[in-house]
Design a binder for this molecule. Structure first.
Ligand code: AMP
Length: 282
């Protein structure tokens, strides 16, 4: 696997792939890779001839007071994992390479409505930063397919709309959440948890699962969510949001069947997100 940091070298290698008629799969990440990221690489391998992963801790998608400086940067370990998973090329640019003119007056991409509320409500500007860097990576790499995790459910919805609105000729593939054996969704931010917090964290998925069963069994959604907020609080989480939305993140209506239960919570200073897909009763 080759690692490149500069855009001209990246374009050269990609040009060679295209000349050989190879289908290119893209896996954008912020590094500190775990089995969730590697599932994206494996999925990309199944859908493309060559896999390009990117590692870039994108300052644009971090708000003031968020963990941009603390975010774990583990390039050597990431390279070893990508290589072992069959990634062909790693693009790991610096901030100056991607944003040579700075970020203050940068042209940005905004994806309305689907970016609002949920994580977009508690992290203003976050999805503008995501949509901007993903558009930039799509332009640079021009992949045939790109893989994103369902763990970041709203992000996946934002990217699907971005690709549809801006006519990117890229197939977006969503990859199911990879979890630890105790149910906790894998996340680079899990490394921030103390031993006690790590032991408590799987309660998030357990509470969501209880709610899913209750809602699927016909419990009124408002009652289930109210009970869910109490259960989250009792388990030591400070809930940011707990919502039921239609699978496309629109509001649940009388005809909605495919829905998603989404939560963001704080455990100590760590923000955790999770979601479960469910089918509403008729
Ligand atoms: P990140 O490095 O956190 O920006 O994540 C990069 C990509 O990996 C995103 O598409 C995430 O949704 C995906 N991802 C992160 N954690 C998981 C997980 N536990 N299961 C599946 N995909 C994941």
């Amino acid at each position: 696997m080759r690692t490149l940091q500069e855009i001209p070298e990246l374009r050269k290698v990609l040009g060679e792939y295209r000349q050989r008629g190879l289908r290119i799969g893209l896996v954008p990440t912020m590094g500190n890779l775990h089995a969730g990221h590697l599932a994206l690489v494996e999925t990309a391998r199944r859908h493309a001839d060559v896999v390009v992963a990117t590692i870039f801790v994108n300052p644009l998608q971090f708000g003031a007071g968020e963990d941009l400086d603390a975010y774990p940067r583990t390039l050597a370990a990431d390279q070893a994992q990508l290589e072992a998973t069959g990634c062909d090329l790693l693009f790991a640019p610096t901030v100056t390479t991607l944003y040579p003119h700075g970020m203050d007056n940068l042209s940005q991409v905004r994806v309305p409505v689907v970016s609002e509320g949920l994580c977009g409500g508690s992290r203003p500007g976050h999805f503008d930063g995501v949509a901007t860097v993903v558009s930039l990576l799509f332009h640079l790499v021009q992949p045939d397919i790109a893989c994103f995790g369902e763990k970041d459910y709203q992000q996946l919805a934002v990217i699907r709309k971005l690709v549809a609105d801006l006519h990117f000729p890229i197939e977006i593939i969503g990859v199911p959440i990879v979890r630890a054996a105790d149910g906790l969704a894998l996340s680079s931010r899990n490394g921030y948890l103390s031993a006690d917090e790590r032991a408590a964290a799987p309660q998030l998925q357990r509470i969501l699962t209880t709610l899913r069963h209750a809602i699927e069994a016909g419990e009124p959604v408002a009652t289930a969510l109210e009970s869910g907020l109490k259960q989250l609080g009792a388990a030591g989480f400070e809930p940011d949001y707990l919502e039921l939305r239609a699978a496309d993140l629109g509001p649940v209506t009388a005809t909605t069947r495919e829905a998603v239960l989404l939560a963001a919570v704080r455990l100590g200073t760590t923000r955790l997100i999770d979601n479960l897909i469910l089918t509403l009763p008729r």
